[in-house]
Design a protein around this ligand. Structure first.
Ligand code: KIV
Ligand code: NA
Length: 296
């Protein structure tokens, strides 16, 4: 595999090869996403909830996003310089396209404010592109940013930053008028210069039709498999949370990282309590002579 760039994504789209995207919020999650061969990594503002324990994404600040973007982008650099991890089979490591989310409050006021925030995400966050939520009403803002040479990933359908106005995390495009509205939003962000667009929580048939109408890739989340690619929140799909936690219908749990970590930590606890850990192999030696001299 070669370095994945925006033009690589374009090629995959032309060939009909699905584009893979995963979220990451720090160095390890970026590193494992890269090693597993993701085409794109998104530093989503979902990190507010999954990494920072906030109630919703409205709380996270641009400054906080920048710190996390920087951590993830360092993982891409490492991926380029270190040897493949033993777990990464025969895959060559690659640099993926990194996308940083513009958090709520950092882009709605004016296209100028949005461009300023986008520049900070690229210059200080060290990622190559940004994502922002919204359709027709965001067209001039997207145009402003893409004209400055910063690639923009659009995001229409369910836009979590507007959950208060939408009345919660609600499926969008379930009526013909609703579906038409999502299509118009997708066309508007394409027209404004987005290199791709995330379609979140809309019926599969609607997402497929929108994908056919567009000439840029669609990245689906809760939008069925007719999209040009897929994205999931990494901690959800790897099972980073205790069993029984609510997950949206579209999430497939591919792993059980929480149980693995829980097992490891509780075994460690037991072994410390019973003095089974540390064992001799976990300790540093000292010569008999030195020890005698010391203990005299
Ligand atoms: O913040 C995020 O993780 C996202 C994806 C779910 C698309 O916006
Ligand atoms: Na987001």
């Amino acid at each position: 595999r070669k370095k994945v760039t925006i033009s690589t994504l374009r090629l995959m789209y032309k060939k009909g090869e699905p584009i893979t995207m995963i979220t990451a919020h720090d160095f390890p999650s970026g590193h494992v996403g890269d090693a597993a061969g993701m085409d794109m990594v998104l530093v989503g503002d979902s990190l507010a909830m999954v990494a920072l324990g906030m109630e919703d994404t409205s709380e996270v600040l641009l400054e906080e996003m920048l710190l996390h973007c920087r951590s993830v982008s360092r993982a891409a650099k490492t991926a380029f310089t270190v040897k493949p991890l033993p777990t990464s089979t025969d895959r060559e490591l690659t640099t993926y396209v990194q996308v940083g989310d513009l958090p709520m409050g950092s882009y709605e006021i004016s296209p100028e404010q949005a461009l300023q925030s986008a520049i900070r995400v690229v210059k200080e966050g060290r990622v190559q592109s940004i994502k922002l939520e919204g359709g027709r009403e965001m067209a001039s803002t997207i145009r402003k940013i893409t004209t400055a040479g910063i690639p923009v990933l659009g995001h229409v359908g369910l836009t979590p930053q507007r959950q208060n106005a939408l009345g919660g995390f609600r499926v969008q495009g379930k009526t013909s008028a609703g579906a038409m509205s999502v299509l118009e939003d997708a066309l508007a962000v394409q027209e404004a210069g987005c290199f791709a667009v995330v379609l979140e929580a809309i019926p599969q048939e609607v997402a497929s039709l929108i994908t056919q109408e567009l000439s840029i890739p669609t990245i689906g989340i809760g939008a069925g498999n007719g999209c040009s690619g897929q994205v999931l929140v990494q901690v959800d799909m790897t099972g980073h949370f205790p069993p029984g936690r609510f997950l949206p219908k579209f999430v497939k749990k591919y792993g059980d990282v929480w149980s693995e970590a829980h097992k490891a930590i509780s075994t460690y606890r037991d072994e410390v309590k019973s003095r089974a850990y540390p064992a001799p192999e976990h300790t540093y030696p000292i010569s008999k002579e030195e020890l005698e001299a010391f203990s005299r």
